[in-house]
Ligand binder design. Structure first.
Ligand SMILES: Cc1cc2nc3c(=O)[nH]c(=O)nc-3n(C[C@H](O)[C@H](O)[C@H](O)COP(=O)(O)OP(=O)(O)OC[C@H]3O[C@@H](n4cnc5c(N)ncnc54)[C@H](O)[C@@H]3O)c2cc1C
Length: 372
């Protein structure tokens, strides 16, 4: 229902919740973001920050509009957030080189080039082994080649969250600490959220609780099939020049970030809500990194982080009005692409709240799709 209201509550100050507050603010609507930990304290603050609508783990056709909108919004926010807040979010170009070590990988990669080349914002080409090593001499002699993608970008996730939060506050949003434990309803309509013993009245609620979004299923009376998929990253001090592009292989990646460290990841672990870094992950990430660049074997570990991606069984986000409870919206489940998709998910949510419609097709993300 279209509404001009100042009483929107957003549950969760990850990238999706903060982007929603920012775009509501741009539309002249003030919101309150309620976060039980701190801004960007989970996946949104500890992601890798690679932004690409065509490569990495790839983008499902259903996700393309959202992903390209995410790329566009990141481009705009790359400069406007710094103007608004003085925070440098580390946004910039970052070409990707996805390596192939085995013949089957090379065949699949070459086939993907054709599909990726359809997008005019990107230049995509296959490089043979020697060409990859001309680009980055430390790449393993075992690499048969790789797909080189120009047009992708990157951001520092934590700084991006911080800048989004400050910009949203300048536009009238309030960010407060608290753990939302339920919804207050009058009939089929939400009229508030519960924060422990306190009731916080509002007309609209956005569930942007990341991998914890399933908790809201109990409040809403339908299954919210979003769960955690753990991923880890190590940061290393390495000798030699920076790695200029983002190297990838088999779901792993590595690049030199603006802090001068090589960030390398990652894992996909189904271990519930455990966010502790593990030795096993460190070893598997190091193995993948040294497969790509053997000379980094003895790099000095500076930091290891672990966090949880919000995933759904069909690996698509949950985005749009919640069924059965008027005034509640879901914005979660962005999985491995949440930093890329977050701004677009926030913009879409703000548009639906303020105008009742969205210019991005969201039927595939229907929050009710997991109900019997
Ligand atoms: C290792 C790793 C690398 C990644 N790299 C990339 C990448 O390169 N590019 C990319 O696009 N994506 C990447 N991602 C994915 C991306 O980080 C996530 O998809 C995204 O951060 C999810 O954002 P979110 O706002 O939905 O959830 P979160 O960041 O989890 O935020 C949800 C927030 O809600 C709060 N919350 C939950 N329940 C409540 C409650 N009841 N009351 C109050 N607050 C609550 C939580 O405390 C949390 O702060 C990566 C993820 C991982 C794990």
């Amino acid at each position: 229902m279209p509404a001009q209201t100042d009483s929107v509550v957003i549950v969760g100050a990850g990238v999706v919740g903060l982007a929603t507050a920012y775009f509501l603010g741009k539309a002249g609507v003030r919101s309150t973001v309620i976060e039980r930990d701190s801004i960007g304290s989970h996946a949104s603050g500890f992601a890798y920050g690679g932004l690409s609508a065509v490569s990495g783990t790839g983008v499902e056709p259903a996700l393309e509009s959202l992903a390209f909108d995410g790329m566009r919004l990141h481009r705009e926010l790359g400069s406007s957030l710094e103007e608004q807040t003085g925070i440098d979010t580390g946004y910039g170009d970052k070409a990707l080189l996805s390596l192939a070590f085995y013949e089957n990988e090379a065949v699949a990669a070459r086939a993907a080039v054709e599909r990726q080349q359809r997008h005019e914002d990107y230049s995509v080409r296959w490089l043979d082994g020697p060409e990859t090593r001309t680009l980055e001499p430390r790449i393993s002699m075992e690499a048969l080649g790789g797909v080189y993608v120009e047009g992708s970008t990157e951001v520092d996730p934590y700084r991006f969250n911080l800048a989004l939060a400050q910009a949203a506050e300048k536009l009238g949003a309030t960010i407060r600490h608290g753990s939302v434990t339920g919804l207050d309803r009058q009939g089929d309509r939400v009229v508030g959220v519960q924060i422990g013993d306190e009731t916080f009245p509002c007309e609209h609620v956005v569930i942007a609780m990341g991998p914890w979004s399933a908790e809201a299923g109990d409040w809403l009376g339908f299954p919210v099939n979003v769960g955690p998929l753990k991923g880890q990253i190590i940061r290393l001090r390495t000798p030699g020049p920076p790695i200029e592009c983002s190297l990838g292989w088999d779901g792993n990646y590595a690049t030199t970030k603006p802090d001068g460290l090589v960030w390398a990841g990652t894992t996909e672990e189904e271990v519930g809500f455990d966010e502790s870094p593990t030795l096993q992950a460190r070893e598997s990430i190091t193995a993948a990194l040294t497969k790509m660049m053997p000379s980094l074997e003895n790099a000095e570990l500076v930091r290891q982080t672990a966090c949880l991606r919000p995933v759904t069984p069909d690996r698509l986000p949950v985005l749009g009005p919640a069924p059965g409870v008027e005034g509640v919206f879901m914005a979660t489940g962005a999985e491995r692409k949440g930093i890329l998709l977050g701004p677009s998910m926030g913009r879409v949510t703000a548009d639906i709240i303020t105008t009742g419609t969205s210019d991005i097709p969201i039927h595939a993300f229907d929050p009710g799709r997991f109900a019997g």
